[in-house]
Design a binder for this molecule. Structure first.
Ligand code: HEM
Length: 295
């Protein structure tokens, strides 16, 4: 699980607003949402995932003209497999590190709020109620639910990646080390692993390149690009609108000021937007090409 509120490693001097960097546009107020560690984890996840999807789907649709053209540019299908395996190692390391951090925080630091409560990514009864209210709101039958730190669809995205990593990872390493694995398991497992790996990868790529991209960047309120995962901060208005329950809770507890931030460096915001748009563009092209080749 992504840790709850950053333990203010991002806000020097806790209650003091961070000074605005030179050249930054003055703002009425920004608040930290993600710590540098969380942003680094997401950056590693999305760059390796994009690379793995690009190389993996090229292998899967190796008879398609676009896949052959791409493989030729990269240096052939052997090179594609080499990059796929190299990126898999980086993603596995990031996943294991994330898991170790969570386990340490729960078992050694006894931060049980990670497992249950308003800051947890574990689904709570409120998430199921929010899902119902949200659909009623879509139909104009009720008010918009007041979301807390993580909305139900953010939790869904998190767990989809978490279990997806387990399925894709176990099947991927089984194929990678096939001679060793076939000494432990029947050979038919390798056929199952190939099916599991390819289909789970396709599902994950289609989900991320359509629903996740829409939910995070393209929906009203975030369009055309939500930079919070790059800069780690959102404006006070965004905070109040997107996470009203968390905002009200922190305000009532007098903890809101701890999260005050200065605006991000303008070059950092621009870089975030360029990287974000590039990722969306690559994802969208892959979505169209694989849908075309699949059907
Ligand atoms: C720990 C992570 C991963 C490992 C160890 C891994 C390993 C592998 C290996 C060894 C192959 C080649 C199988 C063969 O020899 O035919 C492969 C193929 C493939 N990988 Fe991965 N992979 C990982 C993650 C991913 C991810 C995240 C995606 C996409 C989102 C992905 C998509 C694919 C696809 C589509 C294929 C082709 C499957 C087919 O031919 O049907 N992989 N992977």
């Amino acid at each position: 699980m992504t840790p709850p509120r950053p333990p203010l490693e991002t806000s020097p001097g806790a209650a003091q607003p961070a000074p605005a960097p030179a050249g930054a546009t003055p703002s009425t107020g920004y608040f930290y949402r993600f710590s540098p560690g969380q942003r680094l984890l997401h950056a590693t996840l999305f760059t390796t995932f994009l690379g793995l999807a690009l190389t993996g789907l090229t292998l899967r649709f190796s008879e398609a003209r676009w896949a052959q053209a791409f493989a030729q540019v990269v240096g052939g299908f052997r090179a594609i497999l080499f990059f796929h395996k190299s990126l898999a190692l980086i993603l596995t390391a990031a996943f294991l590190l994330h898991l170790a951090i969570i386990l340490r925080r729960v078992f050694l630091k006894r931060e049980f709020g990670l497992l249950w409560g308003p800051n947890s990514l574990v689904p709570q009864p409120k998430d199921f109620l929010d899902l119902g209210s949200h659909f009623r709101w879509f139909l104009g039958l009720g008010p918009r639910p007041r979301f807390d730190r993580f909305t139900y669809w953010e939790k869904f995205d998190y767990w989809a990646v978490f279990w997806g990593m387990a399925v894709i990872g176990i099947s991927g390493y089984s194929m990678w080390f096939a001679p060793f694995v076939s000494r432990l398991l029947p050979g038919s497992w390798l056929n199952v692993a190939l099916l599991l790996h390819g289909d789970e990868a396709l599902l994950a790529a289609w989900f991320i390149f359509s629903i996740h991209f829409f939910n995070t960047h393209l929906r009203p309120g975030s369009f055309p690009m939500d930079t919070v995962i790059f800069t780690g901060r959102l404006t006070e208005r965004e905070f109040e609108e997107k996470h009203p329950r968390e905002y009200a809770r922190l305000k009532a507890e007098g903890r809101l000021a701890d999260l005050r931030a200065g605006p991000a460096q303008p070059w950092f915001v621009v870089a975030g937007k360029i990287i974000g748009f590039a990722a969306i563009a690559i994802g969208f092209v892959l979505l169209v090409l694989t849908l075309y080749s699949f059907f």
